[in-house]
Design a protein around this ligand. Sequence first.
Ligand code: JFZ
Length: 463
Amino acid sequence: MRRSMFAVLLGVSVVASGAAQTQAPRPTDPAKEKRLAWFREAKYGMFIHWGLYAIPAGEWHGRRCLGLGEWLMNRCQVPVREYEQLTTQFNPTKFDPDAWVQLAQDAGMKYMVITAKHHDGFALFKSAVSAYNVFDATPYHKDILKQLADACARHGMRLGFYYSQSQDWHEPGGAGNTWDFGPDTAPDGKTPLKKYDDYLRSKAEPQVKELLTNYGPVALIWFDTPRMMTPERGQRFADIVRTLQPDTLIDGRLGREGDYRSTGDNVIPSEASAEAWETPATTNDTWGFRKDDTNWKGPGQILFKLIDIVSKGGNYLLNVGPMADGVIPQIPQENLRTVGRWLKVNGEAVYGSGPSPFGDEYGEWTSRNARDVRGQKLFLPDAEWRATVKPGRLFLTFFAEPRVPFEIPPFRNQLLRAYRLADKAPIPLKTENGKTSFDMPRPMLDPMATVVVVEFAGDKIVR
Ligand code: JFZ
């Protein structure tokens, strides 16, 4: 049974409509594959959503604004002239760029992506194009991105920039601010009613140029919510990126094809894909800090998602939302470090590893006629184990004690030996009737996740 290539799986169950489709492999673009090499190896990155919205932190003048913290201006329809006043309070004296990079490294993350400018239009960098930025408009009077870029360079960490190219609620020509500036488009949903191209040419495009000029090598630009971004408009950004830094990756939300695919937020597909892709995800239920959101994902949940994603060929871009003073909340820090300690011991199963050669371990379609809320057939995920591969080695990561004996799904290569990754303890393999199995020693060495390495003859698994 082949599942449709990018059927999505939202927590439990959302799957793309339509029957299973076999997607023809795309012709590979060698320049693109070269740009992507580090990304495919890295697997795990830190997303940082930080801006003026960290000050109100989900509450405006005593009123809760439900939804994502960084959407406060929109959700509470705060007029530009009022929201702008936050600049006078932005003074993150506890911001320590080295501490942020250290956290990412302790967590085992290999790249960082920070909001250079989110939908509210406020830039975390010194910009000659718009004074609505941290250097010119706040008492802090320092360039956040410059400090972070320097720290990343010192520690050998790759840095990318999120840039909201289309939505800019601060500018009359930008998309999204209907409460100050009226609707973006005519009822046809296409014809701009705003001076959208003027905004793109006078702010968004020159700011992206600044990002690619003033901060050293930029690992990637993370464009987002491509409202009104025709392929032509997207191409203008792509040209800027390629001209200034040909190695910089473009994410999947520019509005024109990028270097890799971005899934929906927190969405993990239900099966593997050979195409490069990334799941952007939250550690609680918001990106920008909210004081009332304490729904933190625990280390076990984070680790499962990471291995699940890697076993499907993707990357995990996991967010933290620093507070207004520049400090990342303590609980996600601890949770990330717990996963990082696991990765120190078991990282071979993750970094540079390819997707599972199997697929049945992801779960199965319901055999009953059950539907999800969207009326689509239900996928029932399994979370007992996941597989990743390197040449000659298969990594089986167990999140729960497997049945004894555990049967290795069949493949043609000769099996050589098995051992536990964390302490190299040998695990005897038993072959009976052409089926090979092993007994996981009990109790599991690490109840959060224990990796068994199976060595096989040859480079690639042949089923
Ligand atoms: C966007 C932003 O609006 C949000 O504030 C945050 O920055 C997030 C990472 O990206 O929100 C989206 C964009 C795309 C999808 C969902 C949320 N999507 O494709 O499902």
